[in-house]
Write a protein that binds this ligand. Structure first.
Ligand SMILES: NC(=O)c1ccc[n+]([C@@H]2O[C@H](COP(=O)([O-])OP(=O)(O)OC[C@H]3O[C@@H](n4cnc5c(N)ncnc54)[C@H](O)[C@@H]3O)[C@@H](O)[C@H]2O)c1
Ligand SMILES: O=P(O)(O)OC[C@H]1O[C@H](O[C@H]2[C@H](O)[C@@H](O)[C@@H](O)O[C@@H]2CO)[C@H](O)[C@@H](O)[C@@H]1O
Ligand SMILES: [Mn+2]
Length: 441
């Protein structure tokens, strides 16, 4: 198989080591010639990169080149594929996104509700600039984006780059949920075949089969109702916040037994209860700073000082393996099925054609080949149309620099709904996001 060149944009991310371990685990699936990290924060990236150099020397000696840089030309020239994982404003701004809505009794979340809008308005300009930059060095590299909030980023990129057919937005939440289904069934996650529809962080599984065509959907539902639901991917299996989130799947399924829900739906279905449970000085950002980020940075410091990975537990994860396998399916025309974001164009026949939907697709050299979903029932259509209008209004607000569109967006969002609350939250978000957001008028 022809070896490829890969650049990870946001090399300093807390996810990078997991991606590196997944590239090592999947070196037969996606063999690399060259791996490059690119980041705007040289210091943050250097820690991850210096540890990666040790890991690669031990476990991927056949990799010809590993480099890290803040120079776009070095990063993007001769690339076959780019993984995009940036966080504009860092975890510091994520904390503000989560705390501000909570002041008004509204869910404070990275990608849902007002926090998601704030993060979206910060991500859009950096993402647009990045894609223009990457394309100025390569026309045909695959760009796999999972920078959040992926739904809003995907909508903005679709408007800015309508002709770019090598730009794909992808999220790991469906596969992380499928990993738990697989472990409940005693099966391998990669042997399960999903039927799924929705928007990013806003969707439902309608069927789970194995590759022999045996349907496990009802078995999974029964197990969740009777035994509960837990995260099993090593990365999140022991995380209290993720355990609580997965447990909510049982409640959602009891209230709406028709389809298996994406865990993110909890924020839209039970916004009051969720907001009431959150603690403003220990929102998810703080937990990540003291948890995943500290663990990753401690691991890196140890590896760098000993120049060895001995005694350090490093594993691939479902997030990284998913991105690597999806990229391989695109580049080697493997036609495997992954849940990805694509323009609707009638896939879900009773919602707008220009929606960016999340559905299963075969990933081929020519791009994603999504499967038809057909009509979705009224409840799901209504939920999705409301959320879609919110997402589109956020992107309108960004491009038109419109305060009123931003207010309309927040008013529509199921986590807010009250205009007076929406105004208070929006005004606080504008204040905190000065220098990141366009000036709204
Ligand atoms: N879609 C998904 O399912 C999924 C899953 C996991 C993570 N993510 C996303 O991946 C991203 C990284 O998450 P994290 O928690 O590791 O964040 P992080 O802050 O640890 O890492 C982000 C890195 O991006 C860098 N960066 C910021 N702006 C940049 C720019 N314009 N160009 C290049 N680099 C830039 C930062 O310096 C930082 O090193 C986030 O957007 C997160 O939401 C998405
Ligand atoms: O709150 P965080 O930073 O821990 O997570 C936010 C992300 O959550 C989802 O990603 C999961 C992923 O599904 C799982 O496999 C594992 O890798 O952990 C991730 C969370 O740490 C979600 O899909 C992402 O979009 C979020 O950024
Ligand atoms: Mn996601």
């Amino acid at each position: 198989m022809e070896k490829k060149n890969l650049v990870i944009v946001g090399g300093g991310s807390t996810y990078t080591l997991g991606i590196v371990m997944s590239l090592i685990a999947e070196k037969e699936t996606l063999p690399l010639n060259k791996l490059v990290f690119y980041d705007t924060d040289a210091e943050r990236q250097e820690k991850i990169a210096k540890a990666t150099a040790v890991i690669l020397k031990e476990r991927y000696p056949e990799l010809e080149t590993f480099e890290y840089t803040t120079d776009k030309s070095k990063a993007f020239t001769d690339m076959d594929v780019a993984f995009l994982q940036i966080r504009t404003g860092g975890l510091k701004m994520r904390e503000k996104d989560e705390q501000i809505p909570l002041k008004y009794g509204v869910v404070g979340q990275e990608t849902c509700g007002p926090g998601g809008m704030a993060y979206g308005m910060r991500s859009i300009p950096d993402m647009i600039e990045l894609i223009h930059d990457i394309r100025s060095y390569t026309d045909d590299a695959w760009i796999l984006n999972y920078t959040n909030p992926a739904a809003i980023v995907a909508e903005a990129l679709q408007r800015e780059f309508p002709e770019d057919d090598r730009l794909l937005n992808i999220c790991d939440m469906p596969i992380a949920i499928m990993k738990s289904y697989a472990d409940m069934l005693g099966k391998d996650v990669w042997d399960l075949v999903p039927e799924y529809f929705g928007l990013n962080h806003f969707g439902w599984f309608t069927k789970i089969e194995d590759k022999d065509g045996t349907d496990y959907t009802e078995v999974i539902k029964e197990k969740i109702i009777n035994e509960g639901f837990v995260p099993t991917d090593e990365e999140i299996a022991n995380d209290e916040s993720w355990k609580k989130t997965f447990a909510q799947a049982r409640k959602m399924l009891m209230d709406f037994p028709e389809f298996l829900p994406n865990t993110y739906l909890q924020y839209y279905l039970y916004p009051e209860a969720l907001a009431a449970k959150e603690v403003p000085d220990n929102t998810r950002a703080r937990q990540v700073i003291n948890g995943r980020q500290r663990r990753v940075h401690d691991q890196c410091d140890h590896i760098i000082s000993t120049q060895s990975t001995e005694g350090i537990e490093l594993t691939d994860d479902v997030h990284g393996v998913y991105m690597v396998k999806a990229a391989a399916s695109l580049m080697y025309h493997m036609n495997e099925i992954y849940i990805v974001m694509v323009k609707n164009n009638g896939i879900i026949s009773n919602i707008p054609h220009d929606a960016m939907v999340e559905v299963p697709a075969m990933l081929a050299r020519s791009g994603p080949r999504p499967f038809s979903v057909g009509e979705v029932p009224t409840f799901y259509k209504g939920m999705m149309e409301n959320q879609l209008a919110y997402e589109k209004l956020v992107v309108d607000a960004y491009f038109e620099k419109s305060y009123n569109k931003a207010l309309q967006a927040l008013t529509l969002n199921r986590t807010v709904t009250d205009v007076e609350k929406a105004k208070l939250i929006l005004d606080d978000l504008i204040e905190e996001n000065k220098g990141y957001w366009p000036e709204l008028h």
